[in-house]
Design a protein around this ligand. Structure first.
Ligand SMILES: CC(C)(COP(=O)(O)OP(=O)(O)OC[C@H]1O[C@@H](n2cnc3c(N)ncnc32)[C@H](O)[C@@H]1OP(=O)(O)O)[C@@H](O)C(=O)NCCC(=O)NCCS
Length: 171
């Protein structure tokens, strides 16, 4: 993906510019959300452009891994597309368990050059509608407290904190 050169802004600067009407995040037109159904090199490159903006430690996705992900029945990868470029993504996992249809949102990220333009919100709304249409009655996600923008976005969308323990085991 060719993203035009643009000054990288930190969250504080972005907030200030938004508040004063001076936001210089690159305006997008024609943005819409698609579910990835077929592999393409451009999609793989775009995802690998987004991954480091989500996690400093996550490894790039190989063509083979992306193809498996696309073919997975339970995993739905949604991309925000604008003017031919992929500028954001979110993954929705839907699994059936004995007591429910579980929907889990992971790996939401919008390219740093296109923040504050409701693209994150649109990606989330798309994933939530998709989950609802596929039988889920709740959508779950986790988010590190340090992720200020994401926590604000989730709260704005109506997500509430669940009283539960989240466990992890390295295997
Ligand atoms: C979180 C993220 C996806 C938001 O994307 P975005 O397209 O800029 O968000 P939106 O423009 O849709 O914002 C929607 C709402 O979220 C809130 N929000 C977004 N960014 C915010 C910020 N930096 N600080 C406070 N609130 C913020 C606002 O309430 C905003 O609504 P408003 O514009 O009406 O005020 C983006 O900041 C990102 O990719 N962050 C890095 C990756 C990450 O942390 N992912 C989450 C993993 S759990």
């Amino acid at each position: 993906m060719t993203v035009p050169k643009h000054k990288t802004l930190n969250q504080k600067t972005l907030r200030k510019q938004k508040a004063t009407g001076q936001l210089i995040s690159m305006p997008v037109a024609d943005e819409h959300i698609i579910e990835v159904q077929n592999y393409s090199e451009k999609i793989c490159e775009s995802i690998n452009h987004l991954i480091p903006q989500l996690s400093e430690t996550a490894k790039p996705l190989s063509a083979g891994q992306l193809k498996k992900l696309i073919n997975s029945e339970n995993t739905h990868l949604f991309l925000a597309k604008a003017e031919g470029n992929f500028i954001g993504m979110v993954t929705l996992i839907i699994v059936k368990i004995p007591t429910a249809t579980r929907a889990l949102i992971e790996d939401l990220v919008v390219d740093k050059n296109f923040l504050w333009q409701k693209i994150g919100k649109k990606l989330m709304a798309f994933a939530i509608d998709f989950a609802r249409e596929n039988g889920a009655s709740t959508v779950n996600l986790t988010c590190a407290p340090r992720r200020e923008a994401a926590n604000a976005l989730y709260k704005k969308l109506g997500f509430t904190l669940r009283e539960t323990n989240v466990y992890k085991l390295d295997v």
